[in-house]
Design a protein around this ligand. Structure first.
Ligand code: FES
Length: 387
């Protein structure tokens, strides 16, 4: 494909704009073991990480193409000793910089160094609103207290702060206490994101998917809090994200394939979404190609751009320009073929898989202790079992 739109095939495709959002997945190392982590199941096989200089070159190329926002994530990005240097480099290039962290490993001293580097924004994730459940999900007894302490320190440093809670069947019923905690911690934004099923979350879906009743109650509680907070003049903004599994139309995943989002994995694979490395599609490495080529010319980034690739029912659907056929990763995980319509769509011949999962959520007795936790040992076992 070329950007001038000169070929007949290209003419039918929308123009390709630059990647506005760069996600730098600095590492897969992480001190926690959340069973809903979106990292790949075989992350333990991926030990290599880009060097400081290689990352900065990626930032430079992305910025030159027009990227404006960068997220530092992982794994836990705080394990990278060069994080202040990476933040400073991105900031000096003109990026709006966002740290996505569990808060484990954060210290007052690090916050000072990030402030000096020019970090704009911090998102801290919690597992639950109480220490016991937080520890059961994260696999760390100390994590909850550390998160509380660091959330307070982040505010004291004057950062805009997002608190993120991944909701699932084991914590969604404490949503009122979660919101209370966020208000107490003076979060500017609160993301109450119901678990989406990629990576480890997909592996543990039976034990994580809430029931429809749980979702509806949670939505009600959020609504009440929004009203109460508006009346009291609270500035905390509550975002509630429902799971795809209770929708009848798919989401326009990543704003469209290769449309605005570019993710780079720890060892340098460039992806149009953070889950795409599981797809049977070849994706380029930033060590072998520049981002200009990767974004505009590579096979992987063009594979699902536009509409020509779509089979029915997406091809003739009048909503295809809104949802782009849904999520390619979800289509692949649930149907074995990434070209299919996302089974979330009620028009998909595979929608029965979603209905079956909802039914399973009503019947399962699975406890937290039965979930497969995201750690190196489990990752290696899964890799060997699938080899
Ligand atoms: Fe990969 Fe939706 S998460 S396309």
């Amino acid at each position: 494909m070329n950007r001038s739109g000169s070929s007949s095939v290209t003419e039918r495709k929308p123009a390709v704009n630059p990647p506005l959002w760069l996600l730098a997945e600095l590492t897969y190392r992480c001190p926690l073991q959340c069973p809903y982590c979106s990292n790949p199941l075989d992350f333990a096989q991926q030990d290599k990480e880009l060097t400081t200089e290689q990352w900065i070159e990626v930032f430079r190329q992305a910025r030159a193409m027009g990227s404006v926002q960068i997220g530092f994530s992982g794994g836990e990005p705080l394990v990278r000793k060069d994080l202040p240097e990476l933040i400073a480099a991105a900031r000096n290039l003109g990026f709006y910089t966002n740290l996505i962290t569990s808060g484990i490993g954060l210290t007052e001293k690090k916050l000072d160094s990030f402030a000096e580097a020019g970090l704009d924004h911090i998102q801290i994730s919690f597992q639950a609103s109480d220490e016991t459940l937080n520890a059961a999900l994260a696999g760390s007894e100390k994590a909850f207290r550390q998160k509380l302490e660091m959330a307070r320190a982040v505010k004291a440093h004057g950062y805009p702060m997002v608190l993120n809670f991944v909701l699932h069947r084991h914590n969604i019923d404490q949503i009122d206490r979660i919101i209370e905690l966020c208000i107490e911690l003076e979060a500017d934004d609160v993301e109450l994101a119901t678990c989406q099923f990629y990576g480890w979350a997909q592996l543990n879906r039976e034990g994580l998917l809430p029931t429809r009743e749980q979702i509806e109650r949670a939505e009600q509680v959020v609504k009440q809090y929004r009203q109460r907070m508006a009346e009291s003049g609270s500035l905390t903004n509550l975002l509630f994200v429902t799971p795809d599994y209770y929708e009848e139309r798919p989401k326009g995943c990543m704003g469209g394939w290769g449309a605005i989002f570019l993710s780079v994995t720890p060892e340098g694979t460039a992806l149009p979404c953070h889950s795409a490395r599981q797809l049977p599609v070849e994706f380029p490495s930033v060590l072998e190609h520049d981002l200009q080529h990767i974004w505009y010319e590579s096979f992987g980034f063009n594979r699902y751009r536009g509409f020509d690739w779509m089979p029915e029912p997406c091809r003739s659907c009048d909503e295809k320009e809104k949802d782009f056929g849904g999520c390619r990763c979800q289509a692949f995980m649930l149907t074995g073929n990434a070209d299919n319509a996302d089974p979330v769509c009620a028009k998909s011949p595979h929608h029965g898989k979603i209905l079956a999962a909802r039914e399973e959520a009503n019947c399962t007795q699975m406890q937290i202790s039965q979930l497969q936790f995201r750690n190196r040992v489990n990752s290696q076992l899964i890799f060997k079992a699938n080899a």
